[in-house]
Write a protein that binds this ligand. Sequence first.
Ligand code: TEU
Length: 535
Amino acid sequence: MEWWKKSIVYQIYPMSFKDSDGDGTGDIGGIIEKVDYLKELGVDVIWLTPVYESPMDDNGYDISNYYRINPLFGTMEQLEELLEKLHDRRMKLIMDLVVNHTSDEHEWFKAARADKNSKYHDYYIWKDSPVTDQQSFFSGSVWEYNEETNEYYYHLFSKRQPDLNWSNREVREEVYKLINWWLDKGIDGFRMDVIDLIGKIPEESVMVSEKSHTYLQEMYRNCFAGRDVFTVGETPFSTPETAPLYSAKERRELSMVFGFEHLGLDEIRGNGKWDLKKMEVNELKRVFETWQKALHEKGWNSLFWSNHDQPRIVSRIGNDTVYRKESAKMLAMILHGMQGTPYIYQGEEIGMTNVRFPLEDYRDIETINMVKEKQEAGWSMEKIMEGIYAKARDNARTPIQWDDSEHAGFTDGTPWLKVNPNYKEINVKRTLQETDSIFAFYQKLIQIRKEYDVITTGDFELLCGEDERIFAYVRRSGNEKLYVIANFTDKMVDCGNCSSLSFMEGECLLGNYEPEKGKDNLLLRPYECRMYAVG
Ligand code: TEU
């Protein structure tokens, strides 16, 4: 079996992880200091979001040089040191590959925008007029006027992130060259930013096409064939039908993809992320069930609740007040019991929560642009702020709370984004002193995944499917079985009546409360979860 099927990935957002030089921004030196913390948690792979040279219009997702490290984060020597430290501990490092677009300060774009006759002009997407009325993800048209050439260029994100023209063979060759350069350095793979979008058809506002697959197969042949590396595509447009196409081994595209359907359930469909609705537990169950079944033996799932673009999961669908610890553990168990490779986003292992800052304390370009756009559209400031509290990306980007000292021990300087005021209560130091911590619970889930193969190989069946208070399922492989049951409410729930659970058997491996006497007791306390194994 491929190593990454049994691995657990930990995502680091370096700006907010740990600052080692007092400038208020986290850096590679800070990550090096914390390698043993990550080893103790038990994760196998570290994914670093972009640390390349960048003007930081979108916190590094706007790259101006793919072969250099941003001095804000440190040096290439430090990156090599980190890689060595991880490899010494039998851990792996994957980097972010952002090649749907570059920064407007990349040399290619500078040449492209200055001169129509430059060979770099065709590295980007140009039209004489805005040929569609498509809106960019960060507000405003996808078409931006360029005076020097009297044309419009295409950008799906900020106007400082022009999209590369993937139909140009030279662009693709440049990308394969930089991938190989990094792989030759010894990194273990890539997370690929919005990689399904490389096959888009801009003039038709079509976001994915067959070309997304053709290019990925070409990339595989040019970069990954014959190397034992791991690739995960961020594919916001993937579906249960297309995810197996990206991740089936024989198609030679990617190891796995991130599907987002489960995270879109608190949005009013078609209205974008800021128009909120309550997530229905039964919908969540159906989405997971569909993805689990669609990829079983046909591809490979990524399991994640959060990342640097998503709010904190314990605030989003758990309970971040009275039952913070219980619900954080419950959500962890639901996810880690499924088939796929689990991802832990920094801070999730201590149950970090969303924030409610005054507007001027937000830093994310998406949020700042959105406020302008929604005000113009007549939204009340109250509705805008509700959206921000619930969904702003800065929720997940506040600095890691290491201890209860000033700025939560993240920096000696002034943090680039404010620390969550609850750091005195929620921090790593305190967590590590508790025996029943969320951290300790993640450690156990990781050990169980290593021990019980059914988690990696088994099929998936939803139990008590109709009960909106309970999320329960069974995994089966040969004689092995694994049950997970969880109460998604802050009330007691009696699962005794659920017929599909009456067959449940086995030994309770893990739960988030003191075990009840009597194995048949299916009265679940608020946010209680349990995992049982047979065979
Ligand atoms: O995100 C792409 C993406 O589709 C989203 O998750 C998007 O950022 C979000 O929906 C906005 O609400 C990736 C990166 O993860 C993100 O940080 C970058 O800003 C974006 O690509 C552009 O590189």
